[in-house]
Design a protein around this ligand. Structure first.
Ligand SMILES: *Cc1c(COP(=O)(O)O)cnc(C)c1O
Length: 379
């Protein structure tokens, strides 16, 4: 068994043993503009940057989107709103999808965050906060039209349209969320649209929003006054099975820590799930399930060395994965392999892993050396 060694030196790409995640902020801005081109004036484009901008780093992503013209940002939780507070433009709206939980009223009011009110208790809670502050407070009403997740029942929303029922609240928008927008043929899309049209008609002077990334591509009837893409901004294909109209945003390069040549009989990794059948060169790469690299890619994922596809062999472990690089003789420890990028779009990796691109992005690890490129000029 031969072990190949070449000293690894620290370089511009972080610690020598780290894999590198590159996030292309210019591509995010370009994707924002591509999505906006799908819209007719005066429909605008908000940005959903929950879960730390789908794992890509909201503190860097939000300024890039703001520079591209975005003035409305959605996060899931109050903590996420706090985290982007300093990087959103002064006049931009920061909206919190999970709504208002008891005890959060003060923080929402002080910061000017807009809660998405999801049930009658949240509406009443925010109205009480408005009464005690003596001024109207901004709010979004979320109507459940078919997700059965968050949101007011359509009947409750219609009841709130009666005169005086929303006293104290300055409605910023009425929104709903699509369950199957990436499946254009799903009849639920049209049903949700019809229910939403009925509700929004009761609030004629309030802005309305229904479409997420894929919803933008259904047809213009789904656009209303503003759309709320998240995933598509980050390069996820909103049109599964069709060409992706958006630019790739993430590149992940795995660092090779060690290379070894092994002869049969021999197995690779935990559980000895891969058995060597001939002389094999194995590269061990610094990415494992603790880095969000799915364990389900054990014995089925791939990496690329240049244009050469090399298979994952053995189980993906916590910190490491192993590749069969027998076909790539000129590789040495310290070199990198492509794990996500031009040859390996995030949607394809997700499919191989039995999940969706959203999950791959949001789980991208904290141990990667992160490089942001193409950002707006710092002021
Ligand atoms: C996450 C989310 C979005 C964005 O969805 P994408 O599919 O990522 O575009 C929009 N609206 C709501 C309510 C969401 O929860």
């Amino acid at each position: 068994m031969a072990i190949r060694r070449r000293p690894v030196r620290p370089g511009a790409s972080g610690h020598p043993s780290q894999s590198t995640l590159t996030i292309d902020l210019a591509a995010i801005a370009a994707n924002y503009r591509t999505l906006r081109k799908q819209l007719r004036r005066p429909t605008t484009c908000a940005a959903v940057v929950k879960a730390d901008a789908y794992g890509l780093g909201a503190e860097r992503v939000v300024p890039a989107l703001a520079a591209a013209g975005c003035r409305e940002f959605f996060v899931a939780q109050l903590e996420e709103a706090e985290a982007i507070r300093r990087v959103v433009p002064a006049q931009a709206a920061v909206c919190v999808l999970n709504g208002l939980l008891h005890g959060e009223e003060g923080a929402f009011r002080r910061r000017g965050f807009i809660p998405v009110l999801n049930d009658m208790a949240q509406v009443e809670c925010w109205q009480r906060a408005a009464r005690s502050s003596g001024r109207p407070l901004p709010a979004i009403l979320h109507v459940d039209t078919g997700m059965s997740r968050l949101g007011l029942a359509p009947g409750d929303a219609l009841a709130l349209a009666a005169p005086g029922r929303l006293e104290g609240l300055a409605l910023h928008a009425v929104i709903s969320h699509l369950a199957c927008s990436e499946e254009p043929e799903q009849p639920l899309n049209a049903q949700q649209l019809a229910t939403f049209q009925t509700v929004r008609a009761a609030f004629p002077r309030v802005r309305a929003s229904l479409a997420n990334s894929s919803g933008i591509f259904l047809n213009p009837a789904y656009h209303f006054d503003f759309v709320r893409p998240g995933a598509a901004l980050f390069g996820v294909n909103p049109l599964p099975g069709r060409p992706n109209p958006l630019r790739a945003v993430v590149t992940l390069r795995g660092k090779i820590l060690q290379i070894r040549d092994v002869d049969p009989p021999r197995s690779v990794g935990y559980g000895a799930t891969h058995r060597i059948t001939g002389r094999t060169r194995i590269a061990t790469v610094a990415a494992g399930y603790a880095d969000g690299w799915p364990r389900s890619l054990s014995n089925r994922g791939s990496a690329y060395i240049g244009d050469l596809r090399v298979p994952v062999i053995g189980r993906v472990s916590m910190d490491l994965m192993t590749l069969d690089i027998t076909a790539a003789p000129d590789v040495a420890p310290g070199d990198t392999v492509e794990l996500l990028g031009g040859h390996l779009p995030v949607d394809d990796v997700a499919t191989a892993a039995g999940t969706i691109a959203y999950e791959i992005l949001t789980r991208l690890g904290r141990r990667y050396h992160r490089i942001y490129k193409g950002g707006p000029a710092s002021r």
